[in-house]
Design a protein around this ligand. Structure first.
Ligand SMILES: N[C@@H](CCC(=O)N[C@@H](CS)C(=O)NCC(=O)O)C(=O)O
Length: 200
């Protein structure tokens, strides 16, 4: 498997996912600061010229959430996703989509000072997204309860980023969640390799 990535980008979500799985993969650096992502060779892999993208045999998948869903299902023995017929699958998929459909636009709303009305935007609004997330993270150690899943890689990456750049307000549930994440060996490895790539 080849992961096309860049340091300090959303592709770290997938690096973390692969590190959690502990499966062999190759990281291919795309220099998004010099425009390599928009050259034809890379656009053939990711039509939008963005990272991450994963090539797994004959299959290419982009969008961090889609990649994490793919990987969790590809390695079921790692138990990072409820099985397809497990009733918990509904909640799991909801959180996988919640990151890109609700959290990211809510952060963009906040960063740009948009005034939104709940009925007019799909994510409902920043305050609503933050409250829903806060309530969910008070229920257990992880977004699905006691078991860490790929949904934590998605939601955890967003909460970690939001707190780091002060887009997400500091609530006890968010800070405790990020502290649990920061103690995970796979997350620590991801941070280390990002720091090394940034320094290089
Ligand atoms: N919706 C995409 C977003 C990917 C994305 O925006 N990646 C940024 C880095 S965080 C990128 O590649 N930027 C380079 C560019 O847009 O030229 C996903 O979730 O995978």
């Amino acid at each position: 498997m080849k992961l096309y990535w860049a340091p300090n980008s959303r592709s770290l979500t997938v690096v973390w996912m692969l590190e959690e799985l502990g499966v062999p993969y190759e990281r291919v650096l795309v220099d998004i600061r010099s425009g390599e992502q928009d050259k034809p060779a890379y656009r053939a892999i990711h039509p939008m010229g963005k990272v991450p993208a994963l090539v797994d045999g004959d299959m290419t998948v982009s969008e961090q959430g889609a990649i994490c869903v793919w990987l969790a299902d590809r390695f079921p023995e790692r138990k990072m996703a409820p099985a397809i017929d497990d009733p918990a699958r509904g909640s799991y998929l909801r959180w996988m989509f919640f990151e890109g459909n609700c959290i990211e636009p809510a952060f963009t709303e906040k960063a740009n000072g948009w005034n939104t009305k709940k009925s007019q935007v799909g994510w409902g609004g920043y305050e609503l997204v933050v409250d829903v997330l806060d309530r969910a993270l008070k229920q257990g150690s992880w977004i699905m309860g006691d078991h860490f899943t790929a949904a934590d890689v998605m939601i955890g990456s967003a909460v970690n980023f939001g707190l780091a750049v002060n887009i997400l307000e500091k609530r006890p549930s968010f800070e405790a969640y990020v502290a649990r994440i920061a103690a995970r060996p796979a997350f620590i490895r991801t941070q280390d390799l990002n720091a090394r790539a940034t320094a290089a």
